[in-house]
Design a protein around this ligand. Structure first.
Ligand SMILES: C[S@@+](CC[C@H](N)C(=O)[O-])C[C@H]1O[C@@H](n2cnc3c(N)ncnc32)[C@H](O)[C@@H]1O
Length: 254
């Protein structure tokens, strides 16, 4: 794989930090996953790993009465979430922290619900499941989304599209097996509907790309990076039948 241009990451972050969320998902899907977490305590201790700018953290604050620690390793995301939390008067309930979920520095068995949308894969699914299990009390829930192939042999173009970000992406049965292997019982799983890709993610992304195209109209290197970033929603238009984002909800049993 060729090295990305030195302009890639600054422009990537300029775009992604401006979005309402940094991956597919929406409030309805969060509500559907929460509904699978039976008998959460009234004031649940919730951890949102890889929270981004907090799109789903704010949904969690609406959908539960819990107290939420929201962790991301990218400090500008946490700065933006802190500002949102202050503006919405949620500082008593949401604590945004810069941290590495591979070494979260949080006490074991201290959460009723660990949540993570589109982020666990960054530290390897087996490692992530092990860390999440230790953070949860026995009987606590893990709810997470992960990108999965729907087909054994997707077209080369779509495979190449995931090569940089998620080369080890697998299929649902492998994740179900990993969930069981790491001491969880599966409660349920479902694929995100197409709306959850577009409304809060790809539509704002395409609007953001067009704004940046105007900003960088005379900058060919920046325009080339923007063309590269625009390939992701375009790929979804063409190839969404080959991959999905799956929500998994599981209970720590031991
Ligand atoms: C695809 S984004 C999803 C963000 C958010 N959950 C959402 O759905 O909008 C993945 C997030 O994981 C964060 N991340 C990646 N590796 C991390 C790590 N080791 N610890 C904490 N956060 C991490 C990234 O900074 C990014 O914000």
């Amino acid at each position: 794989m060729s090295e990305p241009s030195p302009r890639f990451w600054p422009i990537f972050f300029e775009l992604y930090e401006s979005l309402p969320r940094q991956g597919p998902g929406n409030r309805d899907c969060a509500a559907k996953a929460i509904a699978l977490c039976h008998d959460l305590p009234p004031v649940a201790a919730v951890l949102d790993l890889g929270c981004g700018v907090g799109g789903q953290t704010l949904h969690l604050a609406e959908l539960t009465s819990g107290n939420i620690v929201a962790m991301d390793s990218h400090a500008p995301n946490i700065d933006r979430l802190r500002a949102t939390v202050a503006k919405r008067g949620l500082a008593e309930r949401i604590r945004p922290v810069v941290g590495d979920m591979a070494d979260p520095g949080l006490p074991p068995a201290s959460f009723d619900l660990v949540w993570s949308e589109g982020a666990l894969y960054n530290i390897g699914m087996d490692n992530a499941l092990d860390i999440c299990r230790r953070l949860l009390r026995i009987g606590g829930y893990l709810a997470f989304t992960d990108a999965v192939w729907r087909e054994d042999d997707p077209p080369a173009e779509v495979k190449a599209g995931f090569e940089m970000d998620y080369p080890t992406m697998g299929q649902v049965p492998a994740i179900l097996a990993a969930i069981e292997k790491h001491g969880f019982s599966l409660i349920g799983h479902f694929a995100l509907p197409d709306k959850a890709w577009w409304t809060d993610f790809y539509t704002p992304m395409e609007t953001g790309i067009n704004k940046l195209r105007s900003k960088y109209a005379d900058d060919d290197d920046a325009l080339a990076v923007l063309a590269q970033l625009a390939q992701e929603p375009e790929m979804h238009r063409k190839y969404s039948e080959y991959y999905a984002y799956e929500f998994f909800v599981a209970l720590r049993k031991e």
